[in-house]
Design a protein. Structure first.
Length: 139
């Protein structure tokens, strides 16, 4: 069995945003040479997320509004975590909702997606560098 590891780095210029990282994950899969196996894509920061869904702007806007209703950023005083001097308690909660990682099957050297599926990096406390781990195992 082969194993491949790579870190992707992101710096989303806004507090929140979504980036389609499917092309970068596909490049990693090609670099790995693995034809059958599994790909793990994991956010390595507690205020960021990786998830799979459709690359459609209306859906991403809906996510933004929905997440803000579930865990509003302001007032920051509503969160005990922010008593530490932080202002990102909502970002931790948004990450919890959207998820830390995804696992994608690799079949015949390709990411084995369903219709419309793409991999996204979700940022909830941006404006600084954060990383995503790609780990691919298989043959």
């Amino acid at each position: 069995m082969k194993s491949y590891r790579k870190e992707l780095w992101f710096n989303i210029p806004t507090r929140r945003g979504f980036a389609n990282i499917t092309p970068q994950v596909e490049t990693c899969l090609q670099e790995s040479g693995i034809k059958e196996g599994l790909t793990l894509v994991s956010a390595m920061h507690i205020t960021a997320s990786v998830f799979i869904n459709d690359d459609e702007g209306g859906l991403h806007n809906d996510y933004e509004k929905w997440l803000e209703r579930l865990a509003p950023h302001e007032p920051i005083s509503q969160y005990r975590h922010n008593d530490t001097g932080e202002d990102n308690a909502d970002a931790h909660m948004k990450r919890q909702i959207m998820g830390r990682e995804v696992v994608i099957a690799v079949t015949s050297g390709k990411l084995d997606f369903g219709p419309w599926e793409q991999v996204f990096y979700g940022e909830f406390d941006g404006r600084r560098r954060k990383r995503v781990l790609i780990k691919i195992i298989g043959e």
